[in-house]
Design a protein around this ligand. Sequence first.
Ligand code: COA
Ligand code: AMP
Length: 636
Amino acid sequence: MTSRYGEVLQRWREDPARFWLEAAGAIDWTKPPQIAFDPSAGIYGRWFPDGELNTCHNAVDRHVAAGHGERVAIIYDSPVTGTIRRFTYGELLREVQALALTLTGLGVGKGDRVIVYMPMIPEAVFAMLACARIGAIHSVVFGGFASKELAARIDDAAPKLILSASCGIEPARKVEYKPLLDKAIELARHKPDAVLLKQRPELRASLIEGRDHDWDTTRDAAMARLDAGAPSPCVPVRATDPLYVIYTSGSTGKPKGVVRDNGGNAVALSWSLKNIFATGAGDTFFCASDVGWVVGHCYIVYAPLICGATSILFEGKPIGTPDAGTYWRVVAEHGAKVLFTAPTAIRGIRKEDPDGTLAKRHDLSAFEALFLAGERADPETIIWAEKALDRPVIDHWWQTESGWPMVANPLGLGLLPVKRGSPTVPMPGFDLAILDPAGQPVEAGRMGAIAIRLPLPPGALPTLWNADERFRESYLTEFPGYYSTSDAGFLDEDGYLYVMGRTDDVINVAGHRLSTGEMEEAVGSHPAVAECAVIGMADDLKGEIPCGFVVLKKGSQIDRAAIEAELIAIVREAIGPVAAFRKVLVVDRLPKTRSGKILRRTIKAIVDDKSFETPATIEDPAAIDEIKAIVANGGR
Ligand code: COA
Ligand code: AMP
């Protein structure tokens, strides 16, 4: 099939307003937008300013109303608990209606924030949809973050209510969420009115009287009210009203609250699922991420459900639950057409099953393509997956901020030739440019900052939660007229993008976005630490892992091994296990410029065994020799 990409891109370029109004036709509006884009609204303009809709209605109610109540909406597949449960759209509607009644009963209304701190269980999906139903704004926090991170989000979002569960289940341990949550509420200045807690049979938590409510008890009561005729309506909201806030790592310790609006999200996700992922009503989509990440928000919950597809909610890991064939078992058993995961997951599977024999044991006849994103997809991993699966392996590039792929190979429009190492070409809506430091576009083949000419398309962030100025400073001031992605790369002669890495101190650990600046803040809080640098060190499995270098205060008597262990514990306590901060080395000095700037890039180059030039402005070249010697010694 020849790709329709060129023709579709051209249609968007000629008339973006018409293009997106046409795409908006796939959504049910309580007030259909007449205006596609208002350049005078918001910070760089707003999409569908006169539109009104409800996202939950689009994701659930409308499919039931159209007679598809018996179609499966969610397949919860949990190898860690040995459970597989299916929810039809009709059943999902009842669950969401009931939870929406509970939320309103607890005083939550339109515009209020609700934090969701939950594992990958169906109730997490109900939670997001119930918030959307009543016009409340959800903020899902990934379970691998610790109390302090959760507390920072509680203070920023100021939620009325927190929805949580007694535990998450990791292969080697149960994660007790409740003590983490209680501690976060204790640390936070803002206190939620209430907590609604799902007790899991694997581990029960104690409830605090007056504040905490039991999920199942309130559910049963709400179901009884529904049966007695209590209404649980979808509340219409403006297209520009926030659907959710998702926090992501920035350069400083304070996470950024990325705002997603209702209208843009619905339009962009329905367009992208069809045209990029070639998935629609009745198809089964398997996105093996977590609802705590943007990928999970978009492609586990909203996109498949808005399109009337079946979404797989997988509670497990690519390896060890029980083996490296789990993903292929899930794809085969549920007839998934597409699997979307991070390259790390495939590297993990490859390590355990180098010949790809486990994939061959399953009937993958319904399976059409593997999509990879979240970090660089190295060609070796792509080649291995192509061979093991005998299917296209599609790299695509996006960010929490963009809300959907900025650059991809659009399966739904017909694949373009694959160039391994490139996520392919910009999607309609993303007018991509490679800029030099002066903000001038560079020629093909030359490296520069990857930027998007404003306006961003529907579905991308309009601002940061309660932080318009930070939004401008973080993204719009470096290159006036552009959104700066903080990634560097180049376009080749055919317009294919190559992403080379971040230009800030964000690193990607197993597809998880983390801030080394935040880790440095945690390490620096230890009383014996004079200064420190955390860099992302290349790792065969996780892409990158953090590695800390610390200089101790003069006269510190602590044993090196002891302090290293203490620092690892501090980061785990401050950020969470997901930081995977397991390597820290004490050095006598850090390489710095004469003006005192720590040469993190140089340290990274030494650690990764890459060539580098010693900066002419270096303060003390011996600092470089010390790090070289430590690295040559295997870290000691
Ligand atoms: N809740 C609580 N803790 C969590 C968690 C969660 N939802 N997710 C991860 N963690 C913990 C893990 O238990 C581990 O803790 P530990 O230090 O006590 O062992 C730590 O965070 C790091 O976890 P993880 O990144 O999963 O690494 P791992 O070494 O346990 O597993 C892989 C390696 C490859 C299996 C794993 O990184 C993986 O599944 N990667 C794919 C990630 C992915 O799909 N990302 C998509 C994002 S778009
Ligand atoms: P997140 O906001 O967590 O989705 O992380 C976004 C960052 O991950 C981007 O800015 C990139 O640095 C990186 N990233 C995501 N997808 C890709 C990809 N396909 N190739 C290279 N880097 C990627």
